[in-house]
Design a protein around this ligand. Sequence first.
Ligand code: SF4
Length: 283
Amino acid sequence: MNKETAKSIRKSLTADCTKCFGLCCTALNIVASSDFPINKAAGTPCKNLQSDYGCQIHSDLRERGFKGCTVFDCLGAGQIVSQVTFKGQSWREHPEIGDKMFQVFPIIEQIHEMIAYTAEALSYDIPHALSEKLSVQLKELQNLQSLDAEQLLTLDLVLYRFPLNKLLSETSKAIRESLIAKLPGTKNAKDYDHERANWFGKKLMGKDLRAVNLRGAYLIAADMRNADLRGADLIGADLRDADLRGANLSTSLFLTQMQINSAKGDMRTKLPSHIQRPSHWMN
Ligand code: SF4
């Protein structure tokens, strides 16, 4: 697959709430916390969900304690479930399909997450053999989007996730090793491997973290102001309240909108082209 096509697939995975029946505001089970002030059972619409599926407090979610709603991103799963799987039928007009719709939503969400990572991997300069395997994987995942609800509910996603994780690790290694070779100084592999590191609140201001493996790292509330994270692999890293003001993440690997929405940043933070600058960063 050519890199431009892969980039456009990655970019297309964004939520279109106008085509969704408020699924994230209804399907999910939410326990009251600092991110969402009320308990909400799975399958029960949030009290703020309007009849047109808009949110009645959309403009001041953070001020009202619903910070989690400004972080969540379904990667376009909501509109696929609403318009493709259930062909434009809503749980409101057809309550009999509600349960199935709410169960299918997190399944499509996980499929979209895997498509996003696969498409991103294919947008890089990687060895041909790896690209071939990723292309096959992408086709298989895209085919899942058109399955009906019954078929989706019987899927074992581990069968897709496990081989994909291996391919994404290989992609990360190939890209980072090529970048590390171009960086000045000694090449101690240990300096670049901080997978699952616990860097909670760590002072990393202005650090050179280029090409570092931060897969699954705990970066909660880390001070990463003006840090250089180009080529760093951030898949699964917990960036909640990490301070990314002025940081360079323009070519960070496998960064998601949800990770960025959960962090702090500003107009100087450099982001990959498939990530939008959160509106709460601009206040
Ligand atoms: S507060 Fe608004 S965005 Fe959040 S779950 Fe409720 S309706 Fe949805």
